[in-house]
Ligand binder design. Structure first.
Ligand code: NDP
Length: 621
């Protein structure tokens, strides 16, 4: 029994009665208010004249180095969790001629760059942090802060001896397949040219900041920055030390109210002279209840507890609880699933078709969201602010947020909120500040908490100008009508270019679980290719086509759900919502079925559908 005695709110929650038709109508009204026909094109890319928001590292000053020109077996592009786990699995498999390239000055990825005050993981640490049993590590708190997660990334790097393989502060600009050498030519902004048999893309789903598409950003005469490049020199304090004492005489604006802003606002509110929050869509804010890890609980955990817990989180988010399912995590992420389970139990577990189940889920969804809106009234004393802070959309339309200080921050006299939904966002930035609802507000500092490129054009999202496979075929053209892969991890015509992430695989809300699944599989593919004497490997066109067909046939169409959601990155800003979520085409039967499928593929042993790339020939393995 591995349930966590720290747990506070397990079981079904007490939710109020609702008028479902009235709520549906209100949600639609709120959705339309925010919907913009241009979708993601409304945002400004942090490139060219805007790259000052992105193209620098305020945290590490690396010494200058000579360009690297060499040959290596595997380049892993990205040193966040995806890259760390995958590189770790390669090293374990004896594949050590590996180089990890990352733009940052250390490992960590997201957890390297995001150092804003209050940065924390909103998924339980015992679930989110990977490799806990292998690393013999127990997180300090139930929900870890960014400092601990960043240090944990560094310790994974040390555990697998990855530092000696790392090229930090390095931005890849081009990936080109060279037929003559049967290698990828990896070129970087730092002048490196590295040839590799395999390139593993571990670039993460959201890492390039975006800015609101309004005029005047460059004209602002005060100070401004994006949350993922927090300027502690300006604000005071530091990473893990959110004492923002240099802001005590400053009028500060923060644009955006997503998961990042929710964690920044309470810390800003404590220190600034005046904080104004510009909100287009309110986040869903539930109870957090963080607490230190109970050492007695930790001592009692049985081997295998971590995978069991990660799987439980996966079922809580991505699955449907049956009579015997136990929620080991028991926090707000799986509330809706638990509430549906409780209703079905009350009803005596009648047979239910999928539509019926979804109807029941919708009712429970509305009830849970009503509870969330009631929390706002119960917490925020000023009714004007409370009204603005209430979310009118279904659970998971936006990322749920959990914070015990955010709503309360609006009880401070120095913290105000301006609703910009009527104009679908702020209207302009001027020399002095921000124009909203036709009024110019003056500030000393503007903080952009406006999120990341996610469902944008892939070239813009990856920020790599050239990815060219055999015959100069551009990846961006190859995928322009949709992803084409075998198992989401390899593609025909791009030998040895291997992927982690949300593409045509078994997606899980338990992200690091998914990365481990992919890391193991990629280590197998590379290891086997080397054992069998291949230079590299790629799927045959037939195998790829069959997988794409299978994925599309099994694709679970949830477009009706996403289409009624308020715009956001989860539904491609409300444009063709289902096809273009950040998840890519998901394998419909889900993560566990996909896990079984790729394990069986490995056990079968023939690398079915793959062809070796050797000098002068491609041949079936
Ligand atoms: P988001 O994309 O979630 O939020 C961006 C915010 O900017 C939204 O509130 C958006 O409004 C607002 N915005 C954009 N354009 C305008 C405009 N023109 N005028 C006014 N407001 C505007 O970015 P975040 O950085 O908050 O979070 C990104 C993701 O990072 C999270 O969803 C999560 O996946 C991850 N994250 C995870 C954390 C964790 O604990 N694990 C913590 C923090 C972030 P609107 O909603 O209307 O579009």
């Amino acid at each position: 029994m591995n349930a966590n005695p720290n747990f506070i709110s397990c079981g079904a929650t007490d939710t109020p009665d609702i008028d479902i038709e009235a709520l549906r109508a209100r949600y639609e009204e709120e959705r339309l208010k925010r919907h913009r026909a241009e979708g993601f094109a409304q945002y400004i890319e942090a490139r060219g004249e805007y790259e000052e928001f992105f193209e620098f590292d305020p945290y590490t000053k690396l010494p200058p180095r000579e360009p690297v020109n060499d040959e290596i077996d595997v380049v892993v592009l990205g040193g966040g969790f995806a890259g760390l786990i995958t590189a770790g699995r390669l090293v374990e498999a004896g594949i050590t001629n590996v180089r990890i390239i990352d733009r940052g000055g250390d490992f960590g990825g997201t957890w390297y760059w995001n150092r804003y005050p209050g940065v924390q993981c909103d998924v339980e640490s015992y679930t989110y942090l990977p490799l806990l049993e292998e690393m013999n590590y127990m997180p300090k708190d139930r929900y870890s802060y960014g400092t601990e997660i960043f240090e944990y990334c560094q310790s994974i790097g040390r555990h697998f001896g990855l530092y000696e393989h790392a090229l930090f502060g390095t931005t890849v600009e081009g990936l080109q397949w060279e037929e003559s050498s049967r290698r990828w030519r990896v070129t970087t902004r730092q002048g490196d040219t590295i040839r590799a048999r395999f390139v593993i893309m571990a670039v993460g789903p959201i890492n390039r900041p975006k800015l609101p598409g309004v005029p005047g950003i460059k004209s602002f005469k005060g100070h401004s920055f994006h949350t993922m490049r927090w300027d502690y020199d300006y604000t005071g304090g530091g990473f893990g030390n959110p004492v923002l004492d240099k802001l005590k005489d400053k009028r500060v604006a923060i644009i955006g109210t997503g998961a990042t802003a929710i964690q920044c606002v309470p810390n800003l509110g404590k220190y600034v002279k005046q904080l104004t929050v510009f909100q287009r869509t309110p986040s869903y804010i539930d109870f957090r209840g963080n607490m230190p890890t109970d050492p007695d609980w930790a001592k009692k955990l049985n081997p295998g507890w971590h995978a069991e817990r990660m799987n439980s989180f996966h079922t809580g988010i991505n699955g449907i609880y049956g009579p015997d399912d136990e929620d080991l995590i028991c926090d707000g992420w799986s509330e809706l699933n638990r509430n549906v389970q409780a209703r079905r139990k009350e009803m005596g577990w009648p047979e239910m078709g999928f539509e019926e189940l979804m109807s029941l889920r919708e009712v429970e969804d509305h009830r849970a969201m009503e509870r969330i809106r009631k929390r706002v009234d119960d917490t925020v004393k000023d009714p004007r602010k409370a009204e603005i802070l209430k979310p009118w959309y279904r659970f998971l339309c936006k990322r749920p947020c959990f914070n015990d200080d955010y709503l309360d921050a609006f009880n401070r006299d120095n913290v105000d909120i301006i609703d910009v939904s009527a104009t679908k966002g702020i209207e302009a930035i001027t020399e002095k500040g921000i124009v909203a609802n036709g009024v110019e507000h003056e500030f000393d500092c503007i903080i952009y908490s406006t999120g990341f490129e996610s469902t944008t054009d892939l070239r813009r999202k990856y920020g790599i100008d050239t990815i060219e496979g055999r015959g100069g075929q551009s990846l961006y053209d190859y995928w322009k009508d949709g992803f084409r892969t075998l198992h989401g991890m390899s593609l025909n015509g791009f030998p040895g270019l291997l992927w982690t992430g949300w593409i045509q695989g078994g997606v899980s809300g338990s992200t690091t679980l998914m990365y481990d699944q992919q890391g193991r599989h990629l280590a197998y593919i590379i290891g086997e290719t080397m054992k069998r004497g291949g230079d590299t490997v790629e799927p045959s066109a037939e195998a790829e086509a069959a997988w794409v067909k299978h994925v599309r046939e099994t694709f679970y169409y949830d477009g009706d759900f996403w289409a009624q959601c308020t715009p956001g990155y989860n539904n491609n800003e409300g444009i063709e919502a289902s096809r273009y979520t950040i998840f890519g085409d998901m394998y419909g039967p889900g993560y566990n079925a996909f896990d079984d499928l790729i394990r069986a593929w490995r056990d079968e042993g023939s690398m079915a559908g793959m062809q070796m790339v050797r000098e002068g020939q491609n041949e079936s393995v």
